[in-house]
Ligand binder design. Sequence first.
Ligand SMILES: Nc1ncnc2c1ncn2[C@@H]1O[C@H](COP(=O)(O)OP(=O)(O)O)[C@@H](O)[C@H]1O
Ligand SMILES: [Mg+2]
Length: 501
Amino acid sequence: MDEIQQQVGAVSYAPAPPEEFCGRREELEQLSALLSRAGEDGQAVMISGPPGIGKSSLLSRLAYEVQERPGGRQSPVLRAEVFDLPGMIFSAFRELLNDLRRRSASARFGSILGAESMREALRYADNVFGNYAAPVEPVGLLPKAGEEIIGVFARTPEVGYDRVYQAFEELLRELGRAVSMTGHVAAVLLDDVHLASSHDRRLLRDLVRDLPPGILLAFTCRTGDGAGSGYATMQEEIRELGIHEVHLAGMRRSEIRELAERRFGVSIDDAAAGFLEERAGDPFSLMTCFNALRSWGLAPSRENVADVIAERDGPAKLAFSTLPEPVKAWAENLCILNPPFPVPVMACMLDLQEAGVAPTTDRLLESGVFQRLPGGEYAFAHPLLQEHCRHGLSKETAVALNARAADCFERSIHRLPGRLYALLSLAGHLFDAREYGKAADLNLEIALRFHHRDDHDTALMLTERAIVSAEHLGDDALLSAAERQRDLIRQRASGPLTAGR
Ligand SMILES: Nc1ncnc2c1ncn2[C@@H]1O[C@H](COP(=O)(O)OP(=O)(O)O)[C@@H](O)[C@H]1O
Ligand SMILES: [Mg+2]
């Protein structure tokens, strides 16, 4: 009998669940050694490697080692992820804060983290983050002149970067103190810092410079995007600070066999494993290969493996080629959104009525190509899948989908909790939909707000959009206003930092 059973659904392309994590023993040992040192002296480590190599999975496994493993440390873990929308001021750090709040209120860690001093540090940091972001983060979004959406911003006391740094540093110190007193260590995990804005990177850099005892801060950073990428900048910065780097490379033969066995229930011979080690040793490629073999009912022989890999150009394409048609179409409709996708926007993009939402999201998850995030939003299971989908769109389709997305955001804006996310998404979709009239105003206005917050990268990117829009509109007055703003930002960006440190 053929040892392969055809199965519905694929093994998900999301980070590996810790119980299915394979190999990487040396890397885990390095992390474990750092963890042991962190009690005395706070430690930071960067986990780096190309997309699909297993950085997020290693982070999940580390979280399991620290918090869950029976006989392990049973210590608290805070985790957040940086997403690809520039300008989300300190959102990953605020997510860490929320995670800490949840832990300190939990039955499990309440006795360690629930002290009044911790609550006070949490309240203070929350307040400072909120006040710092207030000039950029709208308290509400209103239709202007009936159709155009604008932000409504609160007047709050001016809070500079220094206060943010001090508040977060004090919070980590308090956390380190609380865990150390009970013989624990806290792990603070940040995924995908190559996507962080210069602002967020600055906070990260300042924090790792002097981590308090009791804290291990581990973050992942994607390599391979060339000079000027987040990694190039990060690497330079961490070298200066003497931070450890755990660099992930492709899986070895034995690890590949373990992955096939544990995640797909198939045993592969040495010839097939050796071939994969040479040709497709990164875990993402391995996942696409084994899912394809499973979906087509092929035994994992060296020949079949070679055929499957050769037939498609690139692992992401291979992953899509095994999907049912409706899932492919849904993926195409969603790929221009910025993750995490809020459910109302997703439903609108897929034109679903309320009753259709749950069955559709179930099928998306079952396909292995989407994941549900802890906050209830959705995302592609791996960024390579979303990137592949985006690259495959024709210009016209991309414009049409962005127009739909802008419309969906305008319609559901009152139901979305993340107002900055909504505003920035809208500004991007309007521009990419070539709705230059609306795009120019909105991008120019929020750019100025980012400029006042010294987030020059985001301010410049938004202002450039306003310039292009003004050119398309042939609006000379708007164009010269936008160009003036760009020059001003460039000038400030090249000057000394204004907000301390
Ligand atoms: N050590 C591992 N064991 C089992 N599966 C893994 C392992 N590392 C990665 N994977 C799988 O490979 C794919 C890519 O891994 P991921 O952690 O998302 O990579 P990265 O974060 O570097 O892009 C995912 O589908 C994940 O489940
Ligand atoms: Mg990842």
